[in-house]
Design a protein. Structure first.
Length: 389
């Protein structure tokens, strides 16, 4: 299990290396953002007596600075990426190279380049960046990114979740509004590739942590398969479980075994989450899932694709050793993705996920889990078989 530290300890550590912007609301909830890391929300602290830092931060990577040519895994509760990662329209591979890990690299604008803080209020921060990326097929996307982060209060959280929070629950919620604008002279069209916005929430792992991914019920002939979970090979029942009774998919978040799942647009829901019994933390990620997606979703599989716009709308990822035996740090991720964006010059799209952490006694958190996911904490904990040794 990852070492638990306080919010102040994490902020002091980050300030030793980079400028940190901290927001706090009247209820005592706090978030910390770093412009040098693309304005990502690095961590948060719930209202109340608990001072625990909620986010995952790789201290080793932060100390080294922006030095890895492939990816600098600094961490963060809410960071913005650009899809697709794989396929002939990938922005993570140069043209005419093999799609292998040796050739994979993260575009600098979402990894090593700083954003500029352009505005701040008592409850919000706004960052901007103008950049360009070229996909594997040779098309260059010129764009402006604007990222506004808002710290919510308790009343807004209750409204968003459609639940009255028991008074003993401590909570923090931050929402990012990630706006991308086509700043070039050419429209973005399917023939030369499309991109999407991709928001990723990293969480500290625990042996008993479970990711909870709702899906739309229906027959496979009507909606397609429930989940794609063989990104890195078949998963056993100690890692993955599907409950058609609860309409939920469960993935272990122990940071010890590299595994990933994806849900299609036809099956997608607007909320995903995670439950960490060790820290008694319930995490909920919401996002603006559209009713229609005329251009589909970018496909992130590392292969030349017959259907490059039949990708996932959400992903869940558990870190662990890769084929070389190395790990990116040990964490689990809750990921949301925008539709593929066919923008004309000057047109914009905003992807707006929110991340909510709740701490409290089990009985109170159980009420929230039932209201949001339709499952008790005991049901979430019991779906996965004990880890095989």
């Amino acid at each position: 299990m990852a070492e638990l530290v306080s919010f102040d300890e994490d902020v002091d550590f980050l300030k030793d290396h980079f400028q940190v912007d901290v927001l706090e609301n009247d209820e005592g909830a706090r978030i910390a953002c770093v412009a040098a890391f693309q304005g990502r929300t690095m961590t948060s602290n719930c209202s109340g007596d608990s001072q625990r830092s909620n986010g995952y931060i790789s201290r080793e990577a932060v100390k080294k600075g922006r030095v890895d040519p492939q990816l600098n895994m600094f961490g963060g509760e809410d960071r913005i990426w650009i899809s697709p990662e794989g396929g002939q329209f990938s922005v993570f591979f140069d043209p005419e190279v093999e799609m292998s890990f040796a050739n994979w690299r993260t575009p600098p604008c979402i990894d090593t380049e700083s954003f500029e803080r352009v505005d701040s209020t008592a409850r919000s921060l706004t960052y901007q960046k103008r950049a360009a990326v070229t996909n594997m097929s040779g098309f260059t996307f010129e764009f402006e990114l604007e990222r506004r982060i808002e710290l919510k209060n308790r009343a807004e959280i209750e409204q968003n979740l459609s639940v009255v929070l028991p008074p003993d629950i401590e909570v923090v919620c931050h929402q990012s509004f990630n706006k991308i604008t086509n700043a070039g002279s050419s429209p973005w069209v399917a023939e030369t590739g499309l991109i999407g916005l991709w928001s990723i929430c990293l969480n500290p792992p625990a042996d008993d942590a479970v990711m909870v991914i709702p899906f739309q019920p229906g027959s496979e002939s009507e909606l397609g398969k429930i989940v794609t979970a063989d990104y890195f090979g078949k998963l056993e029942d100690d890692r993955l479980a599907v409950s058609e009774e609860l309409n939920l998919v469960f993935l272990r978040g122990d940071g010890n075994f590299r595994s990933k799942l994806g849900i299609s647009f036809a099956r997608g829901c607007s909320q995903i989450g995670g439950w960490n019994p060790t820290t008694q933390t319930l995490t909920i990620v919401e996002y603006n899932l559209p009713q229609t997606a005329p251009n589909g979703y970018t496909n992130n599989l590392w292969e030349y694709q017959d259907q490059p716009f039949a990708g996932d709308v959400v992903n869940a990822y558990n870190d662990g050793p890769n084929d070389s035996g190395e790990s990116m740090g040990g964490f689990f991720e809750l990921e949301t993705i925008s539709p593929a964006l066919a923008l004309k010059p000057g047109e914009s799209f905003t992807h707006s996920p929110s991340t909510t952490h709740l701490n409290g006694n089990r009985e109170s958190l159980n009420k929230v889990a039932i209201a949001v996911f339709g499952a008790t904490l005991s049901q979430i904990e019991s779906t996965l078989s004990p880890v095989k040794t």
